[in-house]
Design a protein around this ligand. Structure first.
Ligand SMILES: C[S@@+](CC[C@H](N)C(=O)[O-])C[C@H]1O[C@@H](n2cnc3c(N)ncnc32)[C@H](O)[C@@H]1O
Length: 382
């Protein structure tokens, strides 16, 4: 089953984009199927802080279990005990003034420092408060007992889910142990790489969630869904939320030679060179869900307007916040890809980013990023 989201305040129709479709107007960046993002973005000048866990994986030794990688932040993880974080996980990598993860160094291209954490939390606010009206997930999961949030970031979603479902166990995974210590007692974190085989999970989950995973380092979404299937309880759900990094405009008001379009073009080019996919269409994901055995696959889509251009007050508010998210994130989005993959120097990058920042205030540019949610169910009795 495929449905298309039509929430009261936010709809494609308000932007005059046909509902349930992805705009493919000429000259626009068109979301396309994800390639296998086998990320290899390690800058030649970057100090590689080797992670014990990564070392063990690379050396064909058994992958670290959840117990081995459990962060010391959140007590036990589904029955395992506390352990200190190994230094190899917290010996972060510094490059161009930003801080990056150490475990699986180079796999994920955004920083993990406080500036980026603030940006992630603001993006969470846009998606969960303003677009999804406080709904943490849309899949019809009833009384979940075990919930897994892959790529949990600052852990904000898992904390809210832990508070909302006090009887559930919530586990968040991430390459970076950047989650807070003050979390609900049922919410735990582990440092793990979900793009590798999912080992060490002693529990099956009723909901596996991943938001903003497009920029992740999943082997590919197919593998993610196959792993999810085998780690779900019968009748359990997997839910993916994502943004396509594509400068879309329903009325062609965003010029081809705008800094915004140039920036998107360069970013996508650098990402493609690095085998990172920043775009996937929900329709392609739907096929992958079905191929992995999921049923009741549902797609919902919204435009995320950027800037103060929408007339509708709800969309204008989203546009204001989303513009700030991009403003604050431009450097983080750009540095690794532009320097490592495109060979740009910092002065050249900053010049382009300054132009993009200025254009973010241009109300005659009516543009947006497509946001979507796709969820599907493992059949009962499987
Ligand atoms: C864009 S942030 C999104 C965070 C959070 N899900 C949210 O919506 O606020 C992506 C997060 O995924 C993590 N990540 C990227 N690749 C990962 C991987 N292979 N395994 C685990 N976490 C990963 C990053 O460290 C980062 O914290």
């Amino acid at each position: 089953m495929t449905t298309f989201g039509k929430p009261a305040m936010l709809s494609w129709s308000k932007l005059k984009v046909p509902q349930g479709t992805t705009s493919t107007s000429e000259g626009q960046d068109t979301p396309k199927a994800a390639e296998s993002p086998k990320n290899s973005l390690v800058h030649p000048n970057t100090t590689v802080v080797e992670s014990e866990s990564a070392w063990r994986r690379e050396n064909d030794s058994p992958s670290p279990s959840v117990e081995e990688l459990v962060s010391d932040l959140g007590a036990s993880v589904l029955g395992s005990s506390n352990q200190s974080l190994t230094s190899s996980i917290i010996n972060y990598v510094y490059e161009n003034g930003r801080r990056y993860h150490a475990y699986q160094n180079g796999k994920y291209w955004l920083p993990n420092d406080e500036k980026e954490q603030d940006r992630m939390d603001m993006q969470h606010h846009v998606i969960f408060k303003l677009v999804l009206n406080d709904k943490l997930f849309l899949a019809p999961v009833r009384e979940p007992k075990n919930i897994l949030d892959h790529g949990t970031g600052t852990g904000i979603w898992s904390i809210e889910v832990g508070d909302t479902y006090p009887k559930a166990h919530v586990m968040g995974t991430d390459l970076s142990p950047i989650q807070p210590t003050f979390v609900p007692p049922n919410t735990k974190y582990v440092v793990d790489d979900f793009s590798l085989e999912w080992l060490g999970y002693s529990t099956k989950f009723d909901l596996i969630h991943c938001s903003l995973g497009n920029a992740f380092s999943a082997r590919d979404w197919k593998s993610f869904l196959v792993e999810s299937y085998s780690h779900l309880t019968p009748g359990g759900w997997v839910e993916l939320k994502d943004i396509n990094i594509a400068a879309m405009s329903h009325d062609y008001s965003l010029p081809q030679m705008s800094a915004i379009r140039i920036w998107h073009g360069q970013l996508l080019e650098g990402a493609a060179t690095s085998k990172i996919s920043l775009q996937i269409s929900p329709g392609d994901l739907e096929v992958l869900f079905q191929e992995a055995g999921f049923v009741n696959v549902t797609i919902k889509e919204w435009p995320l307007p950027i800037g103060l251009w929408p007339k509708d007050p709800g969309l204008k508010k989203i546009g204001a916040f989303q513009s700030q998210v991009i403003h604050d994130g431009l450097e983080a989005f750009s540095l690794a890809i532009f320097t490592r993959a495109l060979g740009w120097d910092l002065i050249k990058i900053e010049k382009l980013l300054e132009e993009v920042r200025e254009e973010l205030n241009n109300r005659s540019y009516h543009w947006y990023w497509p946001f979507f949610v796709v969820y599907g169910q493992k059949p009962e009795g499987r």
